[in-house]
Design a protein around this ligand. Structure first.
Ligand code: MG
Length: 377
Protein backbone atom coordinates (compact mmCIF):
# COMPACT_ATOMS: atom_id res chain seq x y z
CA UNK A 1 0.00 0.00 0.00
CA UNK A 2 1.33 3.44 -0.92
CA UNK A 3 0.89 5.84 1.95
CA UNK A 4 0.17 9.50 1.29
CA UNK A 5 2.82 11.90 2.58
CA UNK A 6 1.69 15.55 2.31
CA UNK A 7 5.19 16.78 3.17
CA UNK A 8 6.95 14.84 0.40
CA UNK A 9 6.71 17.58 -2.23
CA UNK A 10 7.69 20.22 0.27
CA UNK A 11 10.77 18.27 1.33
CA UNK A 12 11.76 17.61 -2.27
CA UNK A 13 11.38 21.22 -3.36
CA UNK A 14 13.27 22.69 -0.43
CA UNK A 15 16.30 20.44 -0.93
CA UNK A 16 19.26 22.73 -1.49
CA UNK A 17 20.74 22.69 -4.94
CA UNK A 18 24.00 24.03 -6.11
CA UNK A 19 22.70 27.45 -7.17
CA UNK A 20 20.34 28.10 -4.23
CA UNK A 21 22.98 27.05 -1.74
CA UNK A 22 25.46 29.69 -2.87
CA UNK A 23 25.55 32.79 -0.67
CA UNK A 24 24.41 35.94 -2.45
CA UNK A 25 26.50 39.02 -1.96
CA UNK A 26 24.26 42.09 -2.03
CA UNK A 27 25.59 45.55 -1.47
CA UNK A 28 22.90 46.69 0.96
CA UNK A 29 23.85 50.36 0.75
CA UNK A 30 21.76 50.37 -2.41
CA UNK A 31 18.78 50.50 -0.03
CA UNK A 32 19.85 53.78 1.58
CA UNK A 33 20.70 55.26 -1.81
CA UNK A 34 17.23 54.38 -3.00
CA UNK A 35 15.66 56.00 0.10
CA UNK A 36 17.72 59.14 -0.41
CA UNK A 37 16.71 59.17 -4.06
CA UNK A 38 13.06 59.13 -2.99
CA UNK A 39 13.71 62.17 -0.81
CA UNK A 40 14.68 64.02 -4.02
CA UNK A 41 11.04 63.87 -5.08
CA UNK A 42 9.93 65.69 -1.91
CA UNK A 43 9.12 69.40 -1.91
CA UNK A 44 12.13 71.62 -2.72
CA UNK A 45 11.60 73.07 0.78
CA UNK A 46 11.80 69.69 2.54
CA UNK A 47 14.79 68.74 4.68
CA UNK A 48 16.96 66.03 3.16
CA UNK A 49 18.63 63.44 5.33
CA UNK A 50 21.84 63.33 3.32
CA UNK A 51 22.37 67.06 4.00
CA UNK A 52 22.06 66.59 7.75
CA UNK A 53 25.08 66.52 10.04
CA UNK A 54 26.08 65.06 13.40
CA UNK A 55 28.45 66.47 15.98
CA UNK A 56 30.54 63.30 15.76
CA UNK A 57 30.57 62.04 12.17
CA UNK A 58 29.54 58.40 11.70
CA UNK A 59 29.58 56.03 8.78
CA UNK A 60 26.09 55.79 7.26
CA UNK A 61 23.65 52.93 7.76
CA UNK A 62 23.15 50.70 4.74
CA UNK A 63 19.39 50.44 5.08
CA UNK A 64 18.20 53.61 6.85
CA UNK A 65 18.48 57.34 6.25
CA UNK A 66 20.02 59.58 8.93
CA UNK A 67 16.60 60.71 10.18
CA UNK A 68 15.38 57.13 10.43
CA UNK A 69 18.42 56.31 12.55
CA UNK A 70 17.62 59.23 14.86
CA UNK A 71 14.04 58.03 15.24
CA UNK A 72 15.28 54.54 16.15
CA UNK A 73 17.80 55.86 18.67
CA UNK A 74 15.10 57.87 20.42
CA UNK A 75 12.71 54.90 20.56
CA UNK A 76 15.41 52.67 22.04
CA UNK A 77 16.44 55.23 24.67
CA UNK A 78 15.74 54.83 28.37
CA UNK A 79 14.09 58.26 28.54
CA UNK A 80 11.56 57.17 25.89
CA UNK A 81 10.57 54.09 27.92
CA UNK A 82 10.00 56.22 31.00
CA UNK A 83 7.40 58.36 29.17
CA UNK A 84 4.88 55.60 29.83
CA UNK A 85 4.83 56.51 33.52
CA UNK A 86 4.94 60.27 33.27
CA UNK A 87 2.04 62.67 33.70
CA UNK A 88 0.29 64.43 30.87
CA UNK A 89 -2.26 66.39 32.95
CA UNK A 90 -3.59 63.99 35.56
CA UNK A 91 -0.85 63.08 37.98
CA UNK A 92 -0.05 59.37 38.24
CA UNK A 93 -3.52 58.52 36.90
CA UNK A 94 -5.14 55.36 38.18
CA UNK A 95 -7.49 54.88 35.18
CA UNK A 96 -6.10 52.98 32.21
CA UNK A 97 -7.59 55.27 29.55
CA UNK A 98 -5.98 58.53 30.58
CA UNK A 99 -3.33 59.99 28.33
CA UNK A 100 0.26 59.59 29.47
CA UNK A 101 3.31 61.35 28.14
CA UNK A 102 3.97 58.30 25.96
CA UNK A 103 0.56 58.20 24.27
CA UNK A 104 0.73 61.99 23.86
CA UNK A 105 4.10 61.61 22.12
CA UNK A 106 2.74 58.93 19.77
CA UNK A 107 -0.25 61.14 18.89
CA UNK A 108 2.04 64.08 18.12
CA UNK A 109 4.15 61.84 15.87
CA UNK A 110 1.08 60.60 14.04
CA UNK A 111 -0.36 64.09 13.45
CA UNK A 112 3.04 65.47 12.41
CA UNK A 113 3.56 62.63 9.93
CA UNK A 114 0.14 63.22 8.40
CA UNK A 115 0.82 66.93 7.85
CA UNK A 116 4.40 66.36 6.65
CA UNK A 117 3.28 63.73 4.13
CA UNK A 118 0.39 65.88 2.92
CA UNK A 119 2.79 68.77 2.24
CA UNK A 120 5.35 66.46 0.62
CA UNK A 121 7.87 67.23 3.36
CA UNK A 122 10.19 64.84 5.19
CA UNK A 123 8.01 62.52 7.25
CA UNK A 124 10.99 60.77 8.89
CA UNK A 125 12.35 64.04 10.25
CA UNK A 126 8.95 65.13 11.60
CA UNK A 127 8.55 61.74 13.26
CA UNK A 128 11.98 61.79 14.91
CA UNK A 129 11.48 65.31 16.33
CA UNK A 130 7.99 64.41 17.58
CA UNK A 131 9.15 61.25 19.32
CA UNK A 132 11.94 63.15 21.08
CA UNK A 133 10.21 66.43 21.92
CA UNK A 134 8.96 65.59 25.43
CA UNK A 135 11.73 63.26 26.64
CA UNK A 136 12.84 65.89 29.15
CA UNK A 137 9.59 66.18 31.09
CA UNK A 138 9.92 65.92 34.85
CA UNK A 139 7.60 63.74 36.90
CA UNK A 140 4.16 65.39 37.42
CA UNK A 141 4.20 67.22 34.07
CA UNK A 142 4.19 71.01 34.04
CA UNK A 143 3.69 71.18 37.82
CA UNK A 144 7.01 69.38 38.33
CA UNK A 145 8.64 71.42 35.58
CA UNK A 146 7.70 74.72 37.21
CA UNK A 147 8.90 73.59 40.62
CA UNK A 148 12.30 72.48 39.30
CA UNK A 149 12.58 75.75 37.40
CA UNK A 150 12.11 77.68 40.66
CA UNK A 151 14.51 75.51 42.63
CA UNK A 152 17.43 75.32 40.22
CA UNK A 153 19.54 78.49 40.03
CA UNK A 154 20.01 78.13 36.25
CA UNK A 155 16.27 77.51 35.71
CA UNK A 156 14.69 74.59 33.87
CA UNK A 157 12.50 73.91 30.83
CA UNK A 158 11.42 70.49 29.64
CA UNK A 159 12.46 71.33 26.06
CA UNK A 160 15.95 72.28 27.20
CA UNK A 161 16.13 69.08 29.20
CA UNK A 162 14.98 66.96 26.25
CA UNK A 163 17.99 68.34 24.41
CA UNK A 164 20.29 67.69 27.37
CA UNK A 165 19.11 64.08 27.52
CA UNK A 166 19.82 63.32 23.88
CA UNK A 167 23.09 65.25 23.85
CA UNK A 168 24.61 64.42 27.22
CA UNK A 169 22.77 61.93 29.41
CA UNK A 170 21.61 58.99 27.34
CA UNK A 171 23.95 56.02 26.75
CA UNK A 172 25.78 56.51 30.06
CA UNK A 173 26.66 60.08 29.29
CA UNK A 174 27.70 59.67 25.65
CA UNK A 175 24.41 61.00 24.24
CA UNK A 176 22.64 59.80 21.10
CA UNK A 177 24.66 61.90 18.63
CA UNK A 178 21.48 62.92 16.77
CA UNK A 179 21.50 65.09 13.67
CA UNK A 180 21.40 68.87 14.07
CA UNK A 181 17.92 69.07 12.47
CA UNK A 182 16.39 66.73 15.04
CA UNK A 183 18.09 68.39 18.02
CA UNK A 184 17.13 71.87 16.78
CA UNK A 185 13.51 70.77 16.35
CA UNK A 186 13.35 69.23 19.83
CA UNK A 187 14.82 72.36 21.44
CA UNK A 188 12.32 74.69 19.75
CA UNK A 189 8.97 72.95 20.10
CA UNK A 190 7.46 75.02 22.94
CA UNK A 191 4.91 77.75 22.30
CA UNK A 192 4.17 80.88 24.36
CA UNK A 193 1.05 81.04 26.51
CA UNK A 194 -0.75 83.79 24.59
CA UNK A 195 -0.57 82.51 21.01
CA UNK A 196 -0.07 79.01 19.62
CA UNK A 197 1.65 80.55 16.58
CA UNK A 198 3.54 83.14 18.63
CA UNK A 199 7.06 83.42 19.88
CA UNK A 200 10.15 83.80 17.81
CA UNK A 201 11.17 80.70 15.95
CA UNK A 202 14.76 80.49 14.74
CA UNK A 203 14.96 81.40 11.05
CA UNK A 204 16.64 78.07 10.29
CA UNK A 205 13.96 75.90 11.91
CA UNK A 206 12.92 73.29 9.35
CA UNK A 207 9.33 73.17 8.14
CA UNK A 208 9.16 69.68 9.67
CA UNK A 209 10.04 71.12 13.11
CA UNK A 210 7.40 73.82 12.64
CA UNK A 211 4.88 71.06 11.95
CA UNK A 212 5.78 69.34 15.23
CA UNK A 213 5.22 72.60 17.17
CA UNK A 214 1.63 72.76 15.99
CA UNK A 215 1.00 69.00 16.09
CA UNK A 216 1.97 69.07 19.77
CA UNK A 217 -0.76 71.63 20.53
CA UNK A 218 -3.34 69.84 18.36
CA UNK A 219 -2.63 66.57 20.15
CA UNK A 220 -2.74 67.85 23.72
CA UNK A 221 -5.75 70.13 23.27
CA UNK A 222 -7.81 67.30 21.87
CA UNK A 223 -6.75 64.46 24.13
CA UNK A 224 -6.93 66.71 27.20
CA UNK A 225 -10.54 67.61 26.37
CA UNK A 226 -11.27 63.87 26.23
CA UNK A 227 -9.51 63.32 29.59
CA UNK A 228 -11.35 66.24 31.21
CA UNK A 229 -14.68 64.82 30.02
CA UNK A 230 -13.67 61.33 31.18
CA UNK A 231 -12.86 62.63 34.65
CA UNK A 232 -16.06 64.68 34.81
CA UNK A 233 -14.08 67.91 35.26
CA UNK A 234 -15.65 69.43 32.12
CA UNK A 235 -18.54 68.51 29.89
CA UNK A 236 -19.49 69.46 26.37
CA UNK A 237 -21.75 72.33 27.52
CA UNK A 238 -18.73 74.04 29.06
CA UNK A 239 -16.90 74.33 25.74
CA UNK A 240 -16.63 77.86 24.24
CA UNK A 241 -19.37 78.37 21.65
CA UNK A 242 -16.97 79.50 18.94
CA UNK A 243 -15.00 76.27 19.35
CA UNK A 244 -17.99 73.94 18.94
CA UNK A 245 -19.37 76.06 16.09
CA UNK A 246 -16.15 76.04 14.12
CA UNK A 247 -14.66 72.68 15.07
CA UNK A 248 -17.66 70.54 15.91
CA UNK A 249 -18.17 68.48 19.02
CA UNK A 250 -16.27 65.31 18.24
CA UNK A 251 -12.60 64.61 18.90
CA UNK A 252 -11.91 63.27 15.41
CA UNK A 253 -13.73 66.17 13.74
CA UNK A 254 -11.85 68.80 15.75
CA UNK A 255 -8.51 67.22 14.97
CA UNK A 256 -9.34 66.81 11.30
CA UNK A 257 -10.39 70.49 11.04
CA UNK A 258 -7.07 71.61 12.55
CA UNK A 259 -4.91 69.32 10.41
CA UNK A 260 -6.63 70.14 7.12
CA UNK A 261 -6.52 73.86 7.89
CA UNK A 262 -2.73 73.72 8.37
CA UNK A 263 -2.26 71.71 5.19
CA UNK A 264 -4.18 74.19 3.06
CA UNK A 265 -2.81 77.32 4.76
CA UNK A 266 0.78 76.03 4.35
CA UNK A 267 0.40 74.82 0.77
CA UNK A 268 3.30 76.90 -0.55
CA UNK A 269 5.56 74.55 1.48
CA UNK A 270 4.91 71.92 -1.20
CA UNK A 271 6.68 74.07 -3.81
CA UNK A 272 3.80 73.35 -6.21
CA UNK A 273 3.06 77.06 -6.54
CA UNK A 274 6.62 78.01 -7.42
CA UNK A 275 9.85 78.57 -5.59
CA UNK A 276 9.68 82.33 -5.00
CA UNK A 277 7.86 82.09 -1.71
CA UNK A 278 9.36 81.74 1.75
CA UNK A 279 7.09 79.08 3.10
CA UNK A 280 6.31 78.51 6.73
CA UNK A 281 3.82 76.30 8.51
CA UNK A 282 0.70 78.34 9.17
CA UNK A 283 -2.94 78.27 10.15
CA UNK A 284 -5.73 80.37 8.68
CA UNK A 285 -6.51 83.47 10.80
CA UNK A 286 -9.83 81.98 11.77
CA UNK A 287 -8.32 78.67 12.91
CA UNK A 288 -5.54 80.43 14.78
CA UNK A 289 -8.10 82.46 16.69
CA UNK A 290 -10.24 79.40 17.42
CA UNK A 291 -7.30 77.33 18.65
CA UNK A 292 -6.15 80.22 20.85
CA UNK A 293 -9.65 80.51 22.37
CA UNK A 294 -9.64 76.76 23.03
CA UNK A 295 -6.15 76.87 24.52
CA UNK A 296 -7.05 79.78 26.83
CA UNK A 297 -10.16 77.96 27.92
CA UNK A 298 -8.23 74.77 28.68
CA UNK A 299 -5.60 76.68 30.66
CA UNK A 300 -8.18 78.54 32.76
CA UNK A 301 -10.68 75.75 33.26
CA UNK A 302 -8.55 72.63 33.30
CA UNK A 303 -4.76 72.97 33.51
CA UNK A 304 -4.53 75.66 36.20
CA UNK A 305 -7.25 74.19 38.47
CA UNK A 306 -5.67 70.72 38.16
CA UNK A 307 -2.26 72.12 39.08
CA UNK A 308 -3.72 73.95 42.09
CA UNK A 309 -5.68 70.93 43.34
CA UNK A 310 -4.56 68.70 46.21
CA UNK A 311 -2.59 66.40 43.90
CA UNK A 312 -0.81 69.34 42.28
CA UNK A 313 0.13 70.69 45.70
CA UNK A 314 1.37 67.27 46.85
CA UNK A 315 3.38 66.90 43.61
CA UNK A 316 5.10 70.22 44.22
CA UNK A 317 5.93 69.26 47.80
CA UNK A 318 7.42 65.98 46.59
CA UNK A 319 9.63 67.69 44.01
CA UNK A 320 10.77 70.23 46.60
CA UNK A 321 11.54 67.51 49.14
CA UNK A 322 13.50 65.47 46.60
CA UNK A 323 15.44 68.51 45.41
CA UNK A 324 16.50 69.55 48.94
CA UNK A 325 17.24 65.98 49.99
CA UNK A 326 19.48 65.16 47.04
CA UNK A 327 21.12 68.58 47.11
CA UNK A 328 22.12 67.87 50.73
CA UNK A 329 23.05 64.22 50.08
CA UNK A 330 24.82 64.29 46.77
CA UNK A 331 26.69 61.04 47.38
CA UNK A 332 23.35 59.18 47.14
CA UNK A 333 22.73 60.36 43.55
CA UNK A 334 23.50 57.58 41.01
CA UNK A 335 26.97 57.94 39.52
CA UNK A 336 25.69 58.49 35.97
CA UNK A 337 24.59 62.00 37.04
CA UNK A 338 27.97 63.55 37.72
CA UNK A 339 27.67 67.11 36.43
CA UNK A 340 27.97 69.16 39.61
CA UNK A 341 25.63 71.93 38.52
CA UNK A 342 22.97 69.63 37.09
CA UNK A 343 23.21 66.32 39.00
CA UNK A 344 20.19 66.96 41.27
CA UNK A 345 18.03 68.16 38.38
CA UNK A 346 19.16 65.38 36.04
CA UNK A 347 18.28 62.74 38.62
CA UNK A 348 14.88 64.20 39.60
CA UNK A 349 13.82 65.10 36.06
CA UNK A 350 14.48 61.52 34.97
CA UNK A 351 12.11 60.06 37.58
CA UNK A 352 8.68 58.78 36.65
CA UNK A 353 5.69 59.91 38.75
CA UNK A 354 5.56 56.66 40.73
CA UNK A 355 9.32 56.52 41.28
CA UNK A 356 9.28 60.09 42.64
CA UNK A 357 6.36 59.29 44.97
CA UNK A 358 8.05 56.11 46.26
CA UNK A 359 11.37 57.88 46.77
CA UNK A 360 9.73 60.81 48.61
CA UNK A 361 7.74 58.40 50.81
CA UNK A 362 10.99 56.80 51.91
CA UNK A 363 12.39 60.18 52.93
CA UNK A 364 9.20 61.55 54.49
CA UNK A 365 6.51 58.90 55.01
CA UNK A 366 3.01 60.19 54.31
CA UNK A 367 4.01 62.91 51.82
CA UNK A 368 2.39 60.98 48.94
CA UNK A 369 -0.73 59.90 50.82
CA UNK A 370 -3.11 61.75 48.49
CA UNK A 371 -1.99 59.43 45.66
CA UNK A 372 -2.31 56.30 47.80
CA UNK A 373 -5.83 57.35 48.84
CA UNK A 374 -6.86 57.79 45.22
CA UNK A 375 -5.57 54.35 44.26
CA UNK A 376 -7.59 52.83 47.11
CA UNK A 377 -10.82 54.50 45.96
MG1 MG B 1 4.25 67.68 23.97
Amino acid sequence: MVSYNPFKRLVASSRPNQTQGLPRFVNLSVVRHRLEQREESLSPFAARSKDSSRETPESPSDVRTEYQRDRDRIIHSKAFRRLKHKTQVFIAPSGDHYVTRLTHTLEVAQIARTIARALNLNEDLAEAIALGHDLGHTPFGHVGEREVDELHPAGFTHAGHSLRLVEKLEREGRGLNLTFDVRHGIANHSKPRDDVMGGTTPHDLTLEAQIVRLSDAFAYLNHDIADAFRAGVLDSDDMPKVVTERLGERHSKRLDEMVTDVVSASWDATGDDGLDSHPSIRMSDEMRETVNVLRDFMIERFYLPENEGEEGIAAREIVRLLYRHFDDNRSTIPGEYHDEEWAVVDYIAGMTDQYAIRMAERIEPGIGKVFALRRAR
